[in-house]
Design a protein around this ligand. Structure first.
Ligand code: SF4
Length: 106
C-alpha cells in the first residue's frame, strides 16, 4: 500500500473538518454533546488520530463516516431517551412448577 503525502493528508483533514462530519455541520450545532464524549467513534490511526474518528453508531446519520472529535449528533451515547422511546420493561422471571421441562442434550 502506498502512503498519502503530508499535503494530501492536510487537504483531506481540511475537507473533512469543513464537511458534514465537522463541528460546523447543522446537526453538530444542535447536538447535546460532542463525539469526544461519545462512546461510538472509532479513532483513526496515524497523523489524523487526534482530530478524527469514524462514527460506529448504527442508529446515527453519520454511521460509517469520518467525524471530528468536536462534531456531534443527537444519537450521542449519553443521550437520555424520552419515556415513549424507552424499551418496554420486561416482566420478572417466573418459575414453572406445574410442568416438566424437556431438555435436548447435544
Ligand atoms: S453517534 Fe453522534 S456523537 Fe457519537 S460518534 Fe457518532 S456522530 Fe459523534
Amino acid at each position: 500500500m502506498r502512503t498519502l503525502s503530508p499535503e494530501g493528508t492536510d487537504m483531506a483533514a481540511e475537507r473533512w473538518y469543513a464537511g458534514d462530519g465537522g463541528p460546523e455541520a447543522p446537526i453538530a450545532k444542535s447536538a447535546p454533546d460532542t463525539c469526544w464524549s461519545c462512546g461510538f467513534p472509532v479513532r483513526l490511526a496515524g497523523p489524523l488520530s487526534d482530530t478524527f474518528g469514524v462514527c460506529a453508531n448504527g442508529n446515527a446519520n453519520d454511521d460509517g463516516k469520518v467525524v471530528t472529535v468536536n462534531h456531534g449528533c443527537g444519537a450521542h451515547s449519553e443521550v437520555k431517551l424520552a419515556r415513549k422511546q424507552q424499551p418496554i420493561p420486561v416482566p420478572d422471571h417466573v418459575f414453572d412448577t406445574l410442568t416438566d421441562d424437556e431438555f435436548v442434550s447435544l
